[in-house]
Design a protein. Structure first.
Length: 191
């Protein structure tokens, strides 16, 4: 079980946890530093993702984790987009008292998306989708005093619950038809 294959994901998780702990103990005017921590975490994650390009394309963790050009490229695109969003956020978030939690939620949402990029199994895909959507629901309704944000958060939650249910049902149907949850095994059963 090569732990180096998931170091980018571990770095995002640790960065988000550090930001949550920082938010618990820092004063409100210091919360802007959470954006800096989030950007440093994403920079570390990008660097670790580049180090994974050294070997041939491979499946790890019993075939559920893909490390190939497409997965790594997708991770980099998502991480760069996330860094841009976080870099633009401090000015918009200055009217809110809870800066740091926003950045932790962003990192957890990014974690879910890069998990989807590396998934080589439908169960891993479901975990990534659920992680990114659970972190995204509060982001949609983050400004509680703004009525459109609350409405958007509620609509997003309801649509997300429906689509996540349909995704899970689809995975169950695929498993019932093929007896496997891995992408290669599913592809072999459908000509």
């Amino acid at each position: 079980m090569p732990i180096g294959d998931v170091l980018p994901e571990i770095s995002l998780t640790l960065g988000a946890v550090i930001i949550v702990l920082f938010a618990a103990f820092a004063r409100q005017h210091q919360h802007v530093w959470a954006a800096v921590l989030a950007l440093l975490t994403i920079g570390l994650c990008i660097g670790l993702t580049f180090t994974q390009w050294d070997g041939p394309p491979r499946l790890t963790f019993s075939g559920v984790w893909a490390l190939d050009g497409m997965a790594l490229s997708s991770k980099l695109v998502v991480l760069i987009a996330g860094a841009l969003v976080i870099a633009m956020s401090p000015e918009w978030m200055q009217t809110d008292r809870r800066h740091a939690e926003y950045y932790a939620l962003m990192l957890f949402a990014l974690l879910g998306v890069i998990m989807m990029a590396s998934a080589s199994d439908t169960m891993e895909l479901v975990v990534g989708v659920l992680l990114s959507s659970v972190a995204s629901y509060p982001l949609a309704a983050y400004h509680r005093t703004w009525a459109p944000a609350l409405e958007a958060g509620m609509k997003y939650f309801l649509m997300g619950a429906l689509t996540n249910t349909l995704l899970t049902i689809g995975v169950v149907v695929l498993f019932g038809l093929t007896g496997n949850t891995g992408y290669p095994e599913i592809a072999q059963n459908f000509p």
